[in-house]
Each structure stands twice: as structure tokens, then as C-alpha cells.
Write a protein that binds this ligand. Structure first.
Ligand code: HEC
Length: 103
């Protein structure tokens, strides 16, 4: 019982920490062009979550010049974000996918 409680405390702390990471990446790198549920300069995270896989999202963040056509765009205006580490990348992708509509 005590072990379970300790585990739950650490697990919640971990969830809060990874969520903060996503918010930091979002505000630091994406927010100027993407909003969570509203179309901005780029598409909303909700619309992305509803039509893309994790792999497609990662490809677009790492190398949009190589990916935008495959995703159906005629021009590429999004810069590449190669300085994000894997933890930051996973956090932001999980955050984007959390806006997927529940069916
Ligand atoms: C300078 C503006 C700008 C910034 C900053 C930006 N994006 Fe984009 N993003 C765009 C535009 C415009 C598109 C449309 C496709 C293109 O231009 O390549 C796009 C497309 C995307 C797509 C694919 C959309 C689809 O149809 O599936 C994803 C995923 C994405 N952005 C994620 C991000 C993430 C995550 C960040 C932050 C790390 C970010 N973008 C930062 C402008 C931006």
C-alpha cells in the first residue's frame, strides 16, 4: 500500500513535469504560428491530431522541407526544429495528439 502511494506520487510528479515540458516547447517554438484549437498561421493542433500519425508529426517538425508536400501543402513556411532533443520532441508530439477528438 505504501509503495503504491509513493509510486503514485512520483508518477504524478512525472506527468506534471512532462506536461510542463510540452508547454515550454509550445510557447517557446510553436505558439507564434500554431494554436491549440484555432487555425493560426499554421493549422491548429486539434486538426493536426485528427489526421496525422506521430511519425508524420515528428517528420514535419524535424524536416518540414521534406514533409510538407506529402502532407498536401503547396509551399513550406514552417522552419525546421532540429535543436529539440528527444524528450522535448516526444513531449510536444504527445501534447499535439492530446487534442484529438474523442470518438
Ligand atoms: C513560422 C511559423 C511556424 C512555426 C514557428 C511552427 N510552425 Fe508548424 N507549420 C507552419 C505552417 C505554415 C505549416 C503548414 C506546412 C508548411 O508550411 O510546411 C505548419 C505545419 C505543421 C505541421 C503539419 C500540419 C499538418 O497538416 O499535419 C505540424 C505537425 C507542425 N506544423 C508542428 C509544429 C510544431 C510542433 C512547432 C513548434 C515546435 C511548429 N509547428 C512551429 C508554421 C509554423
Amino acid at each position: 500500500m505504501r509503495k503504491t502511494i509513493i509510486f503514485l506520487i512520483f508518477f504524478s510528479a512525472y506527468l506534471v513535469a512532462s506536461d510542463n515540458m510540452a508547454i515550454k516547447v509550445f510557447q517557446g517554438y510553436c505558439w507564434g504560428c500554431h494554436h491549440q484549437t484555432a487555425q493560426a498561421f499554421g493549422p491548429s493542433f486539434r486538426s493536426i491530431a485528427n489526421k496525422r500519425t506521430k511519425g508524420e508529426i515528428i517528420a514535419q517538425i524535424r524536416d518540414p522541407k521534406d514533409t510538407y508536400k506529402m502532407l498536401g501543402y503547396k509551399i513550406n513556411s514552417m522552419p525546421a526544429f532540429n535543436d529539440l532533443n528527444n524528450t522535448q520532441l516526444n513531449a510536444i508530439v504527445t501534447y499535439i495528439l492530446s487534442f484529438k477528438d474523442k470518438k
